[in-house]
Design a protein around this ligand. Structure first.
Ligand SMILES: Cc1cc2nc3c(=O)[nH]c(=O)nc-3n(C[C@H](O)[C@H](O)[C@H](O)COP(=O)(O)OP(=O)(O)OC[C@H]3O[C@@H](n4cnc5c(N)ncnc54)[C@H](O)[C@@H]3O)c2cc1C
Length: 545
């Protein structure tokens, strides 16, 4: 990718066909679709890519078994259609980026014998709706088979289980890779570039955006023929910039996850808890050597502070521990995430947990702003397709076909699950690091590693015994527009999720490498470390771990 300075030069004061506001899953999906259709496209992100909701998901490419239950119980054809579409999208999400995705078996333990046929029928229905897009048929597991799969489960009253297969993906890296694929197709993109106002032409149509560079704190203008608001939870804020009288459409719902040592479950499979005390589902899913457990669903406001609270930790552990022979404790927690679901409301005041995860494209006829609201990660591509169809109609150009359904993301072409082995052999890597690099960069991993041929010290791990290596920091800054310690640890290499305390230990080394690459002064380096460490310590304290 271009450097930040080069990107700024290419976009400030320039004109584009389409300007996409937002660098989460939705904005990045829209930017890629737009550029591939041949529109000259620019994407602007106020913070870092995936720094909002798109890196705090449960990381499941799924239709959603919970929505299945709601579709059946409520006889709701709309829920059914959303589910069907998500199951279809799931398969393309997996195919288009095999290195960032995998399939997982989810085990649903049953403690009453009559629960077994209930879940068997439900999950067979899930298979049936997926049809040709199915990943693997759901199966019944006896009590003994269940315990072989998950030896740490509570044994008393366990009758057996039903297992089904869904998709899993690396949300932060998938997001970064969408952006890189967009840039490789010729798109222009910039993070830390906040849209602060629109300019309108005499007929009331949007003609330009005023952008504030969040690093240099100066402003510039970008002109475009169409503007797409893909800002997730912030959609109403941007809608009001263009149409001050607009009624709010977003209903936000906070969801948290905690990460525990994998030994808590001791399984390659994931656990599905089908009914929590507030009538939701909860997952415990193996995730890069940890166990990702969540989530919650609580109505929230945009300006609420977003962190994992002690009460939320207690709630999640309470649900999980009902299923474990040996309860997990708060001091075992290594990290967590908190995010806001950008749900779109129909006006009726349903609880957020029962709002359909559908999306809506809104065209404001007066200003021309196109807003894409709602949806979920799994359907980001379909959401982008619908948005670009509307954009094309608005622009009145000849119809250009959407090609993202089968467009492999950068790093995917030719990738196979054993790719890490050739990487290990060629560059003399440990299995741990080779697997990590293959899973984060796919077949682009040698581009990362070639920097170690010039400076072999960069091949050293950031922290002894862990997978990430120093060269990834340089690559993140040089090729993936990372500019802070958090950009690197949270979204480029995933160490912050692996462990908050590990991230604190790695911060000085990351800062040292960023200083080299971004020419920070000594005081800037010190300040970056102090701020990052204080932030993570604050998260640890608030979560009470
Ligand atoms: C707890 C939780 C679990 C979830 N689990 C799953 C799951 O397992 N599977 C699934 O499919 N979905 C899941 N989802 C849903 C999914 O994560 C979201 O639907 C998706 O990430 C939303 O992406 P987005 O791009 O719309 O929003 P965001 O990721 O929030 O991106 C919006 C971006 O717009 C930027 N922005 C805002 N204002 C401006 C401005 N003025 N100028 C420039 N940029 C701006 C923000 O900085 C932000 O980065 C989950 C969500 C949550 C909260």
């Amino acid at each position: 990718m271009k450097s930040r300075a080069e990107s700024l030069r290419s976009i400030a004061g320039q004109s584009f066909d389409v300007c996409v506001i937002g660098g989460g899953a939705t904005g990045s999906g829209c930017a890629l679709d737009s550029q591939l259709r041949g529109f000259r496209t620019v994407q602007l992100e106020a913070g870092d890519y995936a720094s909002a909701t798109s890196s705090t998901s449960t990381k499941m490419a799924h239709g959603g078994v919970r929505y299945l239950e709601e579709a059946i119980r409520g006889f709701d054809p709309k829920e059914y259609a959303v589910l069907k579409r998500a199951l279809h999208e799931r398969i393309h999400m997996l195919r288009n980026a095999p290195f960032l995705t995998t399939t997982k078996q989810f085990v649903t333990p049953c403690f009453r014998w009559f629960d077994i046929p209930y879940f068997e029928i439900g999950l067979k229905l899930y298979d049936w709706i997926a049809g040709r897009d199915g990943l693997a048929p759901s199966i019944y597991l006896s009590r003994a088979e269940t315990l072989r799969h998950m030896p740490t489960l509570a044994t008393d009253r366990l009758a057996g289980s039903v297992a089904y297969t869904d998709g899993q993906f690396d949300d932060a890296r998938y997001n970064i890779t969408l952006v890189k694929t967009f840039a490789a197709a010729g798109g222009e993109t910039l993070n830390y570039a906040r849209v602060v106002a629109f300019e309108k032409s005499p007929d009331g149509r949007l003609s330009a955006v005023d952008v504030e560079d969040q690093l240099a704190h100066n402003r510039f203008t970008i002109r475009a023929r169409a503007f797409i608001n893909a800002t997730g939870p912030f959609a109403d804020t941007v809608r009001r910039m263009a149409m001050p009288a607009a009624l709010p459409r977003m209903r936000l719902s906070k969801g948290i996850h905690i990460l525990l040592p994998l030994e808590v479950l001791s399984s390659e499979d994931a656990l599905l808890i089908p009914k929590t005390e507030d009538g939701r589902v909860l997952f415990a899913i193996p995730w890069y050597g940890r166990l990702l457990v969540g989530t919650t669903d609580d109505e929230a406001k945009l300006d609420d502070e977003l962190y994992v609270k002690k009460e939320e930790v207690a709630y999640v552990l309470r649900q999980l521990n009902k299923y474990l022979a040996r309860p997990a404790t708060p001091d075992q927690i290594v990290s967590g995430t908190a995010g806001l679901r950008p749900l779109v409301s129909s006006g009726k005041s349903a609880e957020t947990k029962s709002l359909a995860r559908d999306h809506e494209v809104e065209l404001d006829r007066a200003s021309g702003l196109i807003s894409i609201m709602g949806g979920k990660w799994t359907t980001h591509r379909a959401m982008a397709e619908d948005t670009l169809n509307a954009t094309q109609k608005y622009l009145g150009d000849a119809v250009r076909k959407c090609s993202t359904l089968t467009h492999p993301l950068l790093g995917s072409a030719g990738y196979t699950p054993d790719y890490w082995q050739s990487l290990a052999k060629r560059f003399g890597l440990t299995e741990l690091t080779a697997r990590h690099l293959a899973q984060k960069y796919g077949i682009c991993a040698p581009d990362v590693l070639k920097l170690t041929e010039v400076d072999s010290d960069l091949a050293r791990p950031l922290l002894d015994g862990l997978a990430p290596i120093r060269v990834e920091v340089i690559f993140g800054a040089r090729e993936e527009l990372a500019v802070t310690i958090e950009d690197i640890l949270a979204r480029r290499i995933g160490l912050q999720l692996y462990g908050w305390r590990d991230a604190i230990r790695a911060a000085p080394a990351v800062a040292e490498l960023l200083t080299r690459e971004l020419e920070w002064t000594e005081s800037a380096r010190q300040q970056a470390i102090t701020e990052y460490v204080a932030k993570i310590r604050g998260l640890i304290e608030k979560a009470g771990i």
